[in-house]
Write a protein that binds this ligand. Structure first.
Ligand SMILES: [Zn+2]
Length: 95
């Protein structure tokens, strides 16, 4: 899959694994998510997560019991946490 930089459209963007700090949906604290699929662009120096990944993390944090997560969790471990609800009810209202 050929990915262009979301910021400068460069085709030189590469996929790396990075750590991101994420505030929990309830705003009580932030966690560190390690090994997150991350794009790094050599042309504009942006390091970022794609919208798809951001959405996945947001959905997952919304649907799991965040109290069970420690301060640091890997992306794969986070995605493996069982969800409390079967679907994201907020998505139901989005276009
Ligand atoms: Zn770029």
């Amino acid at each position: 899959m050929n990915q262009a930089c979301e910021w400068c459209n460069s085709k030189n963007v590469t996929q790396i694994s990075g750590s991101v700090f994420w505030e929990l949906p309830d705003g009580t604290r932030a966690i560190e998510i390690t090994n997150t699929p991350t794009f790094s662009c050599p042309d504009c120096s942006m390091v970022y997560q794609s919208e798809q990944i951001v959405k996945k993390i947001e959905d997952q944090l919304f649907l799991i019991d965040c109290k069970k997560i420690g301060k640091v969790i890997s992306y794969l471990d986070l995605m493996a946490v069982p969800r409390l609800l079967k679907k994201n009810y907020f998505d139901y209202f989005s276009p």
